[in-house]
Design a protein around this ligand. Sequence first.
Ligand SMILES: [Zn+2]
Length: 409
Amino acid sequence: MAEKSDLRNRINVMLFHFDQRLGPRLLFNVAEIQETRVTASLTRLMDFNFLQEMKAFVNAMANVVYSSMFFSIQNPLARGGIEQFMLSFVIFDPTITEYLTISSLEEEMSITISKLIELPELFILITYSNPILEDFPEVDNCLSSLRDNAIDNFQELFYGQFEGRKDAISQILGKIGFEAGKKILQRFNPDEFDSSRTFLDAILISPIITRWGDINVIHFDPDEKVATASVENSIWTDSLGVIATKACAYVEGMLEAIFSQILEEHIICNETRCAAEYSYVQNCIFQIAPRDISREMISYREDQTVREMGINERKQTVELIKEDIGKQIFHELDDPMIKLNKLFNKAPFISDFFFDMTKFLVVCNYWRYSDDIICNTCKEWIEKTSNAQIDLVKSKHRICEITYMDEED
Ligand SMILES: [Zn+2]
């Protein structure tokens, strides 16, 4: 069950102003965790282009889903006679329930905007270069109540209805998938197959399964009763696109039923990485393990899979660079900035990056995992691959700062 404190840490409310000369500018970020790097990157990555007046626009990127609403107020002193603002509601690491219901906040956001446009404070604060929220108590009150009300709504509607750590919609989808998996098994006669593996393969290539995605068994150990499977073109991720959260609870349930039958034990299936989480990830990874093994053992096995995935993806990156420009030519490029740019472009696990004055801000798919899974060797790997000296600082929040040193330094 998601705790209220967990929601408080993950939910931000942001107010932007459109300066005619400077473009969009963040005025306030109402959040539990304030980190300038995160707000700076959010401001850059947020999409201001699709906004229509007083209409919520939902988008997802880099582990964040947000709903934004644009509004304007009359100001005879401003160019064009109006001041333009954007109100954004941001959820970090959303659950699928949160993703699917964020648009229901549109009404709550409209109410906030209707209060904001009445406030004389709004005209004053835009004249400040770095306004501080405490100096504008009425605006503070509006933004904070939007955040509080939304947290209450999410809490009441969707949490605590089910036991367990998954959110409500994932649990429902998982249950349906499990029942579907049991139905699918009824079409097969286990006696027709000489081993558990041939039985499994026959199930996984049947059209009734492949309609949900192409399933590949990466690792299968019937004695230990563990397995790892990847699913490409899952119907859930293909239809939802990048939503910054895992989307395949149905497949989890279905695989749970199938592998429980194959391994003759009630196993659990856990999606460790989903293609819906990141724009660059092509397939979803599922970990299968006995239900009664300890949580530590499961997370140890997941870590091993993730580490192997990371090593493979690094190899792939180098292959892609070799194919595209040749490893040698890439190495001989003078400018470390160009080399790093090309490297980040090719790496499948880097979902976003941008250059900020003197350093790269890199959004990496492996941020979720503890440092010793893959992060600890990253600096070394980047230096070796690009032949450039770098300094790497991992932020608490999913973004790495990578500064390169010029060769003369
Ligand atoms: Zn998935």
